[in-house]
Design a protein around this ligand. Structure first.
Ligand code: F0G
Length: 460
């Protein structure tokens, strides 16, 4: 069945030129980058899908807001505008701006946990896990089993496995569980949504055992849209109403505003009503980020963020945004290319293990596909698989990931239907030549987060 492309609910007022190098040039560039896509210069990339974070296009209203930004060190007008927007949308008493998502984690998590404690999430994003560990605690993932089967279509593959959650709490003792984190949408599982029923249930479990619940809210608006489309009781509710109910099932949130709030830089912390905790958040913000009323952002950033928060929950925009993903996914269905299905909110996660079955996980199918996409079409994606996962810290052996994905993360309001068609065509081309695509070996790697820096070489 053909899925129609939903026309952009905007017209284009400013453009940025992109250029495509020749295939020969691309082969040379990726070799010079040691087959690591993070080492490429962005100007040598034609369609850049490395991330949807901070790569979004701001609107004319947001750019007008940039000019309105109040750059006062303390008490800026733009700060109060952001507070108003935050309180209106999330319904929380306390809103604290910070410079990005990981800064929110750095400020909040040490206040909630320490050595010997455990934090449980439907799935932690890398930096979120890192900040749990930096605070001295341990991070445990507890996603529903269907998330691990890319071909299994289920409406809410991002959900927390609530039965296992309760088992974990009983096993470790509720006094040792410092925090539950609900990541919406579940990025690591493929931008998969979490249902309202699941959010509610997890919050009830938290209340039952006296455990605080925090929402990792980077893609909260896309999650709300999926709830509207897939959870019957919400079909007639506005996105804003759904968002407000989502946040009622938590005590705090940390947010990278570089995604659904459609800005290039920014983050937020929300505290529902705990004035004592907020007092401590202010203290850490001043130490790490900047004074409370700017939190590491310029006044112009605060201004465009408060506008972006509303644009991100606009239903026409979300209809187009998720429609673009569904158009992409439907074309892959027709071409018989497997991905984490159904498609999530911010990216297409191609099942590289299925596309390149001759490449063993130790030769990194997700990375091999990412490199080939650059060579064939100048498209930059990234591996979400064994290459990213790295080595066992104890044995030094390569770990085997549950998935071997190549992620096409789609920036918001940036690329058009014809760019999506190019993505599809290049995948079809690679499918046809799949057995010529080589696996890769690492010839140099740093000890931690190696995928950002490692050098690779094709295996002849
Ligand atoms: N939480 C989630 C779910 C994220 O996806 C990210 C970032 C963060 C927290 C951290 O936010 O980058 O503003 O510090 N994800 C990006 C990505 C980088 O490409 O998926 P940040």
């Amino acid at each position: 069945m053909e899925t129609k492309y939903i026309p952009e609910p905007f017209r284009i007022k400013m453009v940025e030129t992109i250029k495509i190098l020749s295939r020969e040039e691309r082969i040379k560039k990726i070799k010079d980058a040691n087959y690591n896509l993070f080492n490429l210069r962005a100007e040598d990339v034609y369609i850049d899908l490395l991330t949807d974070s901070g790569t979004n296009a701001m609107s004319s209203k947001q750019w007008a807001g940039v000019m309105e930004g109040d750059e006062a060190y303390a008490g800026a007008k733009s700060y109060f505008k952001l507070l108003e927007a935050g309180k209106d949308i999330f319904g929380y008493e306390f809103i604290q701006p910070v410079h990005q998502g990981r800064a929110a984690e750095k400020v909040l998590f040490p206040l909630l946990m320490g050595p010997g404690k455990i934090a449980i999430s439907n799935m932690f994003f890398d930096t979120t896990r890192a900040h749990v560990e930096i605070a001295g605690a341990r991070a445990v993932d507890c996603v529903v089993p269907e998330a691990k089967d890319p071909s299994k279509r289920a409406p809410f593959k991002g959900n927390m496995d609530t039965e296992r959650l309760e088992k974990l709490i009983e096993e470790h003792g509720p006094e040792n569980i410092a925090l539950i984190v609900m990541t919406i949408t579940n990025n690591s599982a493929g931008g998969q949504p979490v249902s309202m029923a699941n959010l509610k249930k997890v919050y009830e479990i938290g209340k039952k055992y006296g455990i605080t619940v925090n929402i990792d809210a980077a893609r909260f608006a896309e999650n709300a849209y999926f709830i509207k489309k897939r959870e019957e009781a919400y079909a007639d509710k506005s996105i804003k109403e759904i968002v407000s109910e989502i946040f009622s099932y938590a005590d705090s949130f940390t947010m990278s505003a570089k995604k659904d709030a459609i800005v290039n830089m920014g983050g937020l912390i929300g505290i529902k009503d705990d004035a004592e905790l907020y007092q401590k958040v202010k203290g850490n913000t001043i130490s790490f980020e900047g004074f409370v009323t700017y939190g590491g952002l310029s006044g112009r950033d605060l201004e465009s963020l408060s506008i972006g928060l509303y644009e991100g929950i606009d239903e026409d925009y979300l209809n187009y945004r998720i429609g673009q993903m569904e158009y992409f996914a439907a074309k892959l269905d027709s071409a018989g290319i497997a991905y984490q299905a159904p498609v999530g909110g911010h990216g297409l996660f191609i099942d590289a293990a299925a596309l390149l079955p001759h490449i063993d996980y130790r030769e990194f199918p997700g990375q091999a596909l990412a490199i080939q996409l650059y060579i064939e079409a100048g498209i930059r994606t990234c591996d979400i698989g064994s290459y990213m996962l790295g080595n066992d810290p104890d044995t030094g052996k390569q770990l085997k990931s549950d998935f071997e994905f190549t992620r096409f993360a789609i920036p918001r309001r940036v690329y058009t239907q014809s760019h999506i068609d190019i993505m599809v065509d290049s995948l079809i081309k690679i499918k046809e030549m799949a057995n010529e695509v080589p696996g890769y070996k690492i010839i140099w790697e740093p000890p931690i987060l190696r995928h950002f820096q490692a050098y690779l070489e094709p295996i002849e």
